[in-house]
Design a protein around this ligand. Structure first.
Ligand SMILES: Cc1cc2nc3c(=O)[nH]c(=O)nc-3n(C[C@H](O)[C@H](O)[C@H](O)COP(=O)(O)OP(=O)(O)OC[C@H]3O[C@@H](n4cnc5c(N)ncnc54)[C@H](O)[C@@H]3O)c2cc1C
Length: 232
């Protein structure tokens, strides 16, 4: 029978003895709430969710798979219920900035969370997992209006996000991307091209999915095929 017991003692050994998370947190006033008591409580709750809710869906989810019907993807039984519990538990917002609805805890705590949830059920964890890249992109490059519209919902988890990079002729070498982004007068872009292999690109866990699309602007550098390799 499949079993998973979150290795809390090992994770705490890494946090306390190997990487000295608390020594680092002390240097940042915004992380003052990340005390050992709070971190322990989060690790315990995360272990419970991973072991009791995600692990049981691991094999059944693989056996059932997703279904695609008339443009709609239905995830395996139990995936949506677990996702709703994940959102209600505030797990998506754990280590994202407070100003957009996050709990503002250190990103290193998010790594412990991803380790437990991903080990219990990697397929399920891909759905909320891809959102983090979308959130970081909007956080770093988005306008205030985009942050207000997209980031708040991605942070609470009511929407998920993707990364649309790969195309049929290129994955590793993204310099060959052909998808075009042509600017309109109102600040929007018309995007044309084909993307493949987009994880969580369609599903029934949320009402909306935000796609971050890598595309070439009209004035983008032409692809030359030259690589510069750095060998230390
Ligand atoms: C489960 C899964 C989920 C994915 N999710 C996403 C997603 O969410 N969004 C997204 O955009 N993409 C996604 N991808 C696509 C993934 O990023 C690409 O498959 C990956 O980047 C490799 O690209 P490729 O398939 O075109 O292979 P290629 O780039 O053609 O590589 C084929 C082989 O050639 C080797 N190779 C390539 N270039 C070089 C080089 N210059 N020197 C030496 N060796 C080289 C590679 O190591 C590999 O062994 C996903 C793929 C998988 C399998």
């Amino acid at each position: 029978m499949l079993s998973y017991k979150a290795p809390i003692a090992d994770i705490k050994f890494l946090i306390e003895d190997v990487f000295d998370f608390y020594g680092h947190y002390k240097k940042y006033p915004e992380f003052e709430e990340a005390t050992p008591d709070l971190v322990d409580a989060i690790l315990q709750e995360c272990a419970k969710f991973s072991e009791n809710e995600l692990l049981p869906l691991y094999q059944s989810g693989d056996k059932e798979g997703c279904t695609f019907d008339n443009g709609r993807v239905t995830t395996p039984k139990g995936f949506k219920k677990a996702y709703d519990q994940y959102v209600a538990g505030g797990w998506q917002s754990l280590s994202h900035p407070v100003e957009h609805g996050g709990q503002g805890l250190p990103p290193s705590l998010g790594m412990a969370k991803s380790e437990m949830m991903g080990t219990a059920n990697w397929s399920w964890t891909m759905y909320p997992g891809l959102s983090h890249g979308a959130m970081n992109t909007v956080q770093t490059h988005g306008s205030e209006a985009q942050k207000e519209l997209y980031l708040t919902r991605l942070t609470e988890g009511t929407w998920t996000g993707t990364m649309c990079l790969t195309e049929p002729h290129c994955g590793t070498d993204l310099g060959q991307v052909k998808t075009k982004a042509e600017p309109n007068d109102d600040g929007t872009y018309n995007i044309t091209g084909t993307k493949i292999f987009i994880s969580a690109g369609e599903h029934d866990l949320t009402d909306n999915i935000i796609h971050i699309v890598l595309a070439r602007l009209p004035n983008a550098p032409r692809y030359t095929g030259d690589f510069t390799f750095y060998c230390p």
